[in-house]
Design a protein around this ligand. Structure first.
Ligand SMILES: Cc1cc2nc3c(=O)[nH]c(=O)nc-3n(C[C@H](O)[C@H](O)[C@H](O)COP(=O)(O)OP(=O)(O)OC[C@H]3O[C@@H](n4cnc5c(N)ncnc54)[C@H](O)[C@@H]3O)c2cc1C
Length: 239
């Protein structure tokens, strides 16, 4: 999969911090934003996070391009309702080709991997045959497995991203959406390091597990750990 940060609010940390300061000031929004230093913005963001007044985090938005995830993962992603999505259409885009499937490592390493490959190849061929027979793509897609890949653009604000990371960076989350969330976090910490310094599963962000008896029992102590577990190269300057 590939995850890119396509766009984000200009100066996300100054925007959030000046909105926070506005609540307690007679100055105008422009005066406040122009007068803020990065250091003061960082102090305000940390204070707001600790207080839990996270509505000001909603002023910063982040747009990601996600390529090559399965429909299994995209279905989980779109359950997050405080977000905007645009997804490649299976009605208008011919998605045939056996390379267009996500195959989990556990399947690749199983003794049934050849059978699975053959099955996906057959599904792809049958899909193309249906199209050649004149069956519309919107109907031919019914025979495709959930492993089929998709591309999606997603926009979330920083508050929703914190919530999303809390749920989907947990070791109990499914591996593909967890990897996607790790890649999203990897991108946002580069442009808004203070805003996302506490982002992660609740064992990291809140120092306690929210999974109760289903806990994995292994606390995540740093974002670096999340990146390493998901095969991402760490630029220590960001951490
Ligand atoms: C490990 C894991 C396993 C899961 N297993 C299943 C499963 O087996 N079956 C299943 O169906 N789902 C499952 N889910 C999906 C889960 O139930 C949620 O749908 C998904 O995580 C989105 O979370 P959310 O509703 O908190 O977030 P969002 O939709 O992103 O909403 C963010 C927050 O906004 C508020 N909010 C949003 N909409 C409303 C509303 N209409 N009313 C009131 N408050 C609202 C809530 O506070 C919510 O937490 C699983 C998720 C995880 C992480």
């Amino acid at each position: 999969m590939k995850v890119s940060l396509l766009d984000h609010t200009d100066e996300p940390e100054l925007t959030v911090a000046s909105a926070a300061r506005l609540c307690y000031s007679k100055s105008t929004p422009t005066e406040l934003k122009n007068g803020l230093t990065q250091k003061e913005a960082a102090r305000l963001i940390r204070m707001i996070y600790e207080l839990g007044h996270l509505s000001v985090f909603e002023h910063a938005s982040f747009t990601f391009g996600v390529e090559g995830i399965s429909r299994v993962a995209s279905h989980q992603l779109v359950r997050h309702r405080i977000a905007s999505y645009s997804q490649q259409s299976q009605r208008y885009v011919n998605i045939s080709g056996s390379e267009n499937f996500v195959v989990p490592k556990t399947i690749k390493e199983s003794r049934l991997s050849d059978k699975v490959e053959e099955f996906l190849g057959r599904a792809s061929e049958l899909y193309e045959e249906l199209l050649r027979e004149g069956v519309p793509a919107e109907d031919a897609r019914f025979i495709l497995p959930q492993a089929v890949t998709t591309n999606i653009v997603v926009t979330m604000n920083a508050r929703e991203l914190h919530h999303f990371f809390q749920l989907r960076l947990c070791r109990r989350a499914q591996w593909e959406i967890r990897e996607m969330a790790a890649r999203m976090l990897f991108e946002v910490v580069k442009v808004a390091p203070t805003l996302f310094e506490k982002a992660g599963p609740s064992c990291y962000s809140r120092k306690r597990c929210s999974e109760g008896s289903m806990t994995c029992g292994k606390k995540i102590k740093s974002q670096e750990e999340i990146f390493i577990e998901n095969g991402l190269h760490i630029d220590t300057g960001n951490q």
